[in-house]
Design a protein around this ligand. Structure first.
Ligand SMILES: Cc1ncc(COP(=O)(O)O)c(C=O)c1O
Length: 438
């Protein structure tokens, strides 16, 4: 039902607005792994929204919890007042985080959670008398949201350029290496030495000036870039040896995407903080969170003056009651349906084999996967500088699947509830689209 005159008023985020508005793709209803479109089609959502709806779309349990909460306790200030559901949700969340990440700071999005984590890192260094440790290390091709801290540590040039002087940061090299690792299944073998670049950066800046390193365990928006085997452990060792905090941005790798609650669990590497959002509420209402190690929290608490606010940071909607209700219902579903580990089982193996069956398409130069995440990379189309991804995404929509595109890469992160027939539908649509476009 269309209650608007045209598409002019809504300035769409990260979208070529003019092209979209000439050829709109409008979703009218969602259910399970499918979206219904305004032209009467039912299309497969191979992106889980935007790496969000891990338990599938329109789960009644979550919708009911939201409605009940809104009727009972809609909103109270999180500054100086509390409500039961915020404390209950924090306690439930930390049952899934690795020890000692037992404190939760709430935000409303991945971007805000990233900012919060960076500020916690600086507050921690300050409160233990190391205010000289203020630089941050990110990584090329990383996406940490769109706020100024996030784009500073982020490594995607279009998101950074034109936004003036950013924070004092430096960047690790990215780990994509088609020459040595193309068509790897799971974590690639080559490239562990890329972690040693951190030692070089530390030599250059000096450990006494560096507060924290932030990485996505698997880069999502940069094109699904996997860490070589042993890479994350090596980063952890270097950070520990140099008294530098390690932050994992798990906005997309969290909540079952890789076959464990978090990449930190999957790869057995415990960072000092984990950034979370998206799947934390199954994407239904906005919520972000930072899971913080006890010693960081306690240092900030213990060094503040008696009765003072210990950390000058927070959001009106930190621990919004309705968001917490959605999050609790989401955790119930994840736990009851075993979704946090489903990707590590047969479906993950089916996914891997299905994706790699596309290797025979001539323009495919790489296929990468882990858990229920995956990407196919194409050659740059001959005789043009425009990448193929955007065109491929639009053509896939016409072939009844929704995917993500970045440059010449198409990426997939289906709901964790997907079944083999639905995976087959995706693979057939990719092949059909490739036949039409190449
Ligand atoms: C790794 C990572 N960090 C941060 C963000 C930002 O999250 P949001 O769009 O909720 O601000 C994203 C979003 O895709 C992300 O993938």
């Amino acid at each position: 039902m269309k209650n608007y005159k045209n598409l002019d008023a809504f300035w769409m985020p990260f979208t070529p607005n003019r092209a979209f508005k000439e050829n709109p793709r409008i979703v009218t209803r969602t259910e399970g792994v499918f979206c219904h479109t305004d032209d009467g089609r039912k299309i497969l959502d191979a992106t889980a929204g935007l790496w969000c709806v891990n338990a599938g779309h329109a789960r009644p349990q979550i919708a009911d919890a939201i409605a009940k909460q809104a009727h009972e306790l809609d909103f109270t200030s999180p500054f100086n007042f509390g409500h039961d559901i915020g404390f209950e949700f924090a306690e439930r969340l930390i049952q899934h985080t690795p020890d000692p990440l037992n404190k939760v700071f709430f935000a409303n999005s991945g971007s805000e959670a990233v900012e919060s984590a960076l500020k916690i890192a600086l507050a921690y260094q300050n409160s233990r008398g190391k205010s000289g440790k203020f630089k941050l290390i990110g990584r090329e091709m990383a996406y940490h949201g769109v706020n100024f801290g996030g784009i500073s540590v982020g490594g995607l040039t279009p998101n950074r350029k034109g936004f003036g002087p950013l924070l004092p940061v430096d960047h690790l090299p990215h780990t994509l290496d088609l020459e040595n690792n193309a068509f790897s299944k799971g974590l690639p073998e080559a490239g562990l030495e890329k972690a040693d670049a951190l030692e070089e950066l530390i030599k250059f800046h000096d450990a006494s000036s560096i507060a924290a390193v932030i990485v996505e365990p698997i880069s999502g928006a940069g094109g699904v870039i996997l860490p070589p085997k042993g890479y994350l452990k090596r980063l952890r060792e270097i950070c520990t040896a140099n008294d530098i905090l390690l932050i994992f941005d798990e906005v997309i790798t969290g909540w079952g995407r890789l076959g464990s609650a978090f990449a930190a669990v999957e790869f057995d590497v415990v960072p000092d903080m984990i950034v979370s959002a998206k799947g934390i509420t199954n994407g239904i209402v906005p919520l972000g969170a930072v899971f913080v190690a006890d010693h960081i929290h306690d240092t900030i608490m213990d060094n503040a003056a008696e009765g003072a606010i210990e950390f000058y940071h927070g959001y009106t909607y930190s621990a919004n009651p309705v968001s917490c209700a959605a999050g609790l219902a989401t955790l119930d579903i994840y736990e009851q349906e075993g979704l946090l580990t489903r990707a590590a089982g047969d479906i993950g193996e089916y996914w891997e084999n299905a994706l790699h069956s596309l290797k025979d398409i001539e323009q495919v130069v790489d296929i990468r996967n882990y858990g229920l995440i995956g990407a196919v990379q194409f050659k740059q189309p001959a005789g043009t500088t425009a990448p193929i991804g955007g065109k491929f995404q639009v053509a896939c929509y016409d072939n009844d699947v929704m995917i993500r595109a970045m440059g010449n890469i198409i990426a997939f992160s289906p709901p964790l509830t997907i079944n083999p027939e639905e995976i087959d539908q995706l693979i057939a649509a990719i092949r059909k689209t490739a036949n039409e476009l190449f």
